[in-house]
Design a protein around this ligand. Sequence first.
Ligand code: CTP
Ligand code: MG
Length: 166
Amino acid sequence: MLPAYLPNPIAALAGGGTPIDLGRNLSDGKRIFGEGKTYRGLIIGILAGIGIGLVQIGISGIYGWKNLPEQTYLSITLLATGALLGDLCKSFIKRRLGKERGAKWPIADMYDLVAGSLLLVLIFDPAWLFANMTLLIFILILIITPILHRVVNIIGYHFRVKEVPW
Ligand code: CTP
Ligand code: MG
């Protein structure tokens, strides 16, 4: 899941500049995605996820971690892209619900990247997903994700990378 976990924090570090929705509103008068979703964050975040995936591919097998899922160029691209597309979809729905940028939306803010990344893999590389995903791994992802999310966001808030600690 590393290629899915890395894009969000890297987007928070590297993001800014032109928003993806170019500042436009939908017919409900609210922003399409909001000021927190930028091209720079999206592109650098996805590249970072692919980058860590390339490292995983590079070192796979070296330390006898042969029982870990084998990443492929396709799987790392789908995981990284899906994570930030999930984040983008979440922000779209968040705006429709009238929640401001950065407003708290607990379950969605945590699991958007899991839903997005796994859904993209399910659509474009189901063989990889079914070869590597077990019920146990899925449950571990559901447990680890909120913990990682909370810890990383508190660190980000502390170093003023994020405006809110969630
Ligand atoms: N970010 C970005 N581009 C993205 C995703 C994130 O530039 N595609 C940056 C923004 O600076 C954003 C920060 O990462 O403020 C934290 O991301 P996130 O918590 O997902 O955004 P929020 O600002 O909380 O906005 P939202 O309410 O839409 O979730
Ligand atoms: Mg947020």
